[in-house]
Design a protein around this ligand. Structure first.
Ligand SMILES: [Zn+2]
Length: 129
């Protein structure tokens, strides 16, 4: 019989989401966003064809994770306000590439790293909300 406590390897972005100063409910939303599991309109539309697919923030493009967090003009404005605090990490990166990039570089518990992680977590939470 297999044990339920069998250890599983950590995903590379584990420390990007779960760290000592995180805000759990916001980290949970970031976790869902990284896994592509937030209820975006493109996903909702699959189950309810009467729901539109256009982004609720700009009404110009289909609402996907990539669009909502990086391509939408509204989100870009938020990131541009945060870029000095977080070192301009998202210019030109797609959502998956950015997460990989940040997970490789934002390691450790120094105040500057924690601030970068908090910026990401809070920005993703409020953009999604
Ligand atoms: Zn948009």
């Amino acid at each position: 019989m297999a044990s339920l406590k069998t250890p599983h390897p950590l995903v590379p972005w584990f420390e990007l989401v779960w760290y000592s100063h995180n805000i759990r409910r916001m980290s949970f939303i970031l976790w869902l966003a990284i896994r592509g599991r937030l209820s975006m309109l493109d996903r909702v539309h699959l189950h309810n064809p009467y729901v539109g697919t256009f982004c609720v923030l700009c009404s110009s493009f289909p609402e996907t994770h990539a669009h909502l967090f990086f391509e939408c003009a509204y989100s870009k404005a938020i990131w541009s306000h945060l870029k000095d605090m977080c070192g301009r990490p998202w210019n030109g990166h797609s959502w998956p590439r950015f997460i990989t990039w940040a997970a490789q570089r934002w390691r450790g518990k120094s105040p500057s790293i924690v601030v970068k992680k908090l910026c990401l977590t809070v920005a993703v939470y409020y953009i999604w909300r």
